[in-house]
Design a protein around this ligand. Structure first.
Ligand code: HEM
Ligand SMILES: *[C@@H]1O[C@H](CO)[C@@H](O)[C@H](O)[C@H]1NC(C)=O
Ligand SMILES: *[C@@H]1O[C@H](CO)[C@@H](O)[C@H](O)[C@H]1NC(C)=O
Ligand SMILES: *[C@@H]1O[C@H](CO)[C@@H](O)[C@H](O)[C@H]1NC(C)=O
Length: 329
């Protein structure tokens, strides 16, 4: 018994000393020696892609969020389905997800320059940082050293990503599971000031909200009629018609605090956006982000860094994928 105990203590001591070698903290300028141009290549790839399609930065920022909330920031969102498993990207919660070609383009250039060195997970994080900077003028340093995971399952996305009809309690719980606070939830939601949304993500608010109100009363009627003109009434037989509308009709490619002003004037697009103004738990935070845009911007930068560290694989964990869409052999 005593011997077994000694063995146990020894075993845990061993684990304690070995584990720092297996995992390591993320670092600033992680590729300084191994691939000094990595971040420059990502940035120029995004600038080029954006010149052709102004929606690219929004797509890339969302990609980082959807990556980090499912199995941590491990590029699991990039993996394609295999004959055995449907991947995260097939989940309804990932409707409209994009930006994959831009990540592929950056990865191809980086592989040519320094093979087997830069993870797909870091490329997504760099890309999101540049997207935020290019659309909002908000800059933060991204730490590097994330490694790529090997698993991507459709069910994990459905379980871990928030739904557009969640109320504040449900949103709070969803973010808390990832170690993010209610304030970080409100701060990060401000990114719904850029990008587009499919009608199907909110059309229930326009036509069939509940038994008493066909239209969600927390949406101002002028905005609801504007949206009804763009979004046809959903029909039972799936006609496949699902147009997209901008989150912020005024400045759709500018990341700013206009999102919060829209909420205050009851022009939030998603139910999960508008609840942040309707609930007493978060209303004051929304008000403060309207009044103090630069304070919001710096909170946004910190919250992005925090989000980018969720359950990361580091050190010798995971792998450096050769092709971001498939795991290495
Ligand atoms: C708080 C809970 C959130 C919910 C329920 C939510 C839900 C959604 C939905 C339903 C869409 C539109 C999908 C479509 O119909 O095409 C969307 C788009 C988007 N989301 Fe969120 N989101 C949330 C938080 C976030 C966060 C934290 C970020 C990033 C930090 C983010 C970034 C984006 C971006 C940039 C778009 C536009 C994408 C594009 O134009 O390609 N969202 N979100
Ligand atoms: C430009 O964007 C369109 C879609 O917006 C895409 O189909 C096309 O492949 C892009 N071209 C380049 C060179 O990236
Ligand atoms: C939020 O939704 C959950 C699940 O539907 C419900 O139990 C809860 O009462 C709701 N909370 C609020 C504040 O509406
Ligand atoms: C419909 O929604 C309104 C506003 O959220 C709410 O006050 C009301 O109780 C709901 N009615 C039903 C029948 O669910």
């Amino acid at each position: 018994m005593a011997r077994f105990f000694t063995f146990l203590v020894g075993f845990f001591l061993l684990i304690f000393f070995i584990s720092p070698a297996l995992s390591a903290p993320l670092k600033k300028k992680f590729y300084k020696k191994t691939c000094p141009l990595a971040e420059t290549i990502v940035r120029s790839t995004i600038t080029n892609a954006m010149a052709n399609d102004t929606g690219i930065p929004a797509a890339l920022t969302r990609l980082h969020f959807h990556d980090c909330f499912v199995r941590g920031c491990d590029a699991s969102i990039l993996l394609d389905s295999t004959p055995k498993h449907k991947a995260e990207k097939e989940s309804m919660r990932n409707k409209g997800i994009g930006g994959f070609e831009v990540i592929d383009a950056a990865k191809a250039k980086i592989e040519a320059y320094c093979p087997n060195t830069v993870s797909c997970a870091d490329i997504i994080a760099f890309a999101a940082r540049d997207s935020v900077h290019l659309t909002g003028g908000i800059y933060y340093d991204v730490l590097g050293g994330r490694r790529d995971g090997t698993i991507s399952l459709i069910g994990d996305a459905t379980k871990n990503l928030p739904d557009a009809f969640f109320n504040v309690t449900q949103l709070k719980e969803n973010f808390a599971k990832k170690g993010l606070s209610l304030e970080e939830l409100v701060t990060l939601s401000g990114v719904h000031s850029i990008g587009d949304c499919h009608c199907s993500s909110f059309s229930k608010r326009l036509y069939s909200f509940n038994a008493t109100y066909p239209q969600d009363p927390s949406m101002v009627s002028t905005y609801a009629s504007y949206l009804r003109a763009k979004c046809p009434r959903p029909v039972k037989t799936n006609s496949g018609v699902d147009p997209i509308v901008p989150f912020d009709p005024l400045t759709p490619t500018r990341l700013d605090n206009n999102y919060y002003k829209n909420l205050k004037s009851k022009k939030g697009l998603l139910f999960s956006d508008q609840v942040l103004w309707e609930s007493s738990l978060t209303k004051k935070m929304v008000g403060s982000n309207i009044k103090h845009p630069s304070a919001w911007a710096s909170k946004f930068a910190s919250a992005m860094v925090h989000m980018g560290s969720i359950k990361v694989l580091t050190g010798s964990q995971g792998e450096i994928r050769k092709n971001c869409r498939v795991v290495n052999y």
